[in-house]
Write a protein that binds this ligand. Sequence first.
Ligand code: ATP
Length: 512
Amino acid sequence: MAKQEDIFKNVVSHAKEYGFIFPSSEVYDGLSAVYDYAQNGVELKKNIREYWWKSMVQMNENIVGLDAAILMHPTTWKASGHVDAFNDPLIDNKDSKKRYRADTLVEDYCKKLEDKAKKEIDKAKARFGDAFNEEEFVTTNARVVEYLGKKKEILSRLAKGMTDDLQDVKALIEELGIADPETGSKNWTDVKQFNLMFGTKLGASAESAMDLYLRPETAQGIFVNFLNVQKSGRMKVPFGIAQTGKAFRNEIVARQFIFRMREFEQMEMQFFVRPGEEMKWYHHWKDTRLKWHLSLGLGKENYRFHDHEKLAHYANAAADIEFNFPFGFKELEGIHSRTDFDLKAHEKYSGRKLQYFDAELNENYVPYVVETSVGLDRMFLAVFATSLQEETLEDGSTRTVLKLPAVLAPTKAAVLPLVKKDGLPEVSRKIIEDLKWDFNVAYDEKDAVGRRYRRQDALGTPFCITVDHQTLEDETVTIRHRDTMKQDRVKITELRGIIENEVSMKNWLMKM
Ligand code: ATP
């Protein structure tokens, strides 16, 4: 099996080579942790966004959409806590002058302990074969117990240090002998907090300009519009407001491709509920969101919940849906019970009431909020990386195939004339003219048909439709299925139905 690192490299290069993702402003050597979505990437991304929007807004009578501006009144970020608390703990290496996130250095150290434990487990697995009992081994093997125990102890000290005293995080780094990953130097500065928001200015003259921030999350645009939407839409609690849009964070450790970007897109929904009912809704949304992910068929084993023990200042319950990325399980989506923290804070800072009159209870209150927040780019990476597969065929040859869920594929079908003459291109064009009203379809006449199939496989196109001489006689074509490579002879008039059946959002969302 290919190493994780190689798989990941392959994902990045495939994304570039096949026109999914380019580094931003690449002619100037790129901009770190900023990426552009190319001709195929933009389609895949749009389809993911639509899949989310449909399941949230269109399918729920009590959820409506919003598109708030990226620039917001600066007091918003004071109220939300971002000005004071949206920080990363940074540490500099005095010799190399390189800057790192202190918590990440410690977490990377723990990952090594975990890898060591995993190595022992794999070794034992290979030795004992079917008789191997992993659960028992993990709790009894001295070395594994030591590695995992140490990891747990370190992480709990890290968590404490992060809230109580950053100097203890520095002490931990020194005690563990953690060195600068690039130079090996252990000459560290103190750990300092660094705000992740990008600043900008509004106004022409230097004196009168107002300091603004690029929003670090889309949620606040929803909170400040809560009453506008509720009143103008005559919404009744419980109800939700959904939004997709760009967010900006000056991330320090910005590696791992589009997993951690400085400019990214979020898909968030804030669900406003009666105080006291938030736990019921929190569990409801945890469950519903996982089902949405599973409906895409990327494999149940690739998801897990991580329930937070330590909660953010605004939350009374929180969980992540983690996904098995090429570099391990990491956060894909957050589900947070945010209490009435945000609305109360905006009431306090704005001096306006942000309350709801509940006619059934005959009572005014500030609703509680349950949030679901998923990164569109992380979704893209999850889908893309899992779909990219290298297959060995019966004849021993290999093919690269992007097994995207058909509902998300950038192009649904490619129409290929077997040869570039005898009227076959004309018939192909006619098929395209007919299908393009409903689906993204492509035309390809270059190279032998086998090569064209491979090209479409690598782009994730679910169907190839081949027009040959028989087509001229009986108006049939062959339709080839990407995943099985099975080919069927069908009537041209049947094509729409066959494609629709596999790509329709309805059929996919019904699996939820
Ligand atoms: P992390 O712990 O990975 O930094 P977070 O807990 O800060 O993430 P949230 O503030 O809960 O993330 O944001 C919600 C979602 O937005 C995340 O689950 C993730 O999918 C996405 N997201 C957050 N930061 C980034 C980023 N820098 N690049 C891409 N997506 C991001």
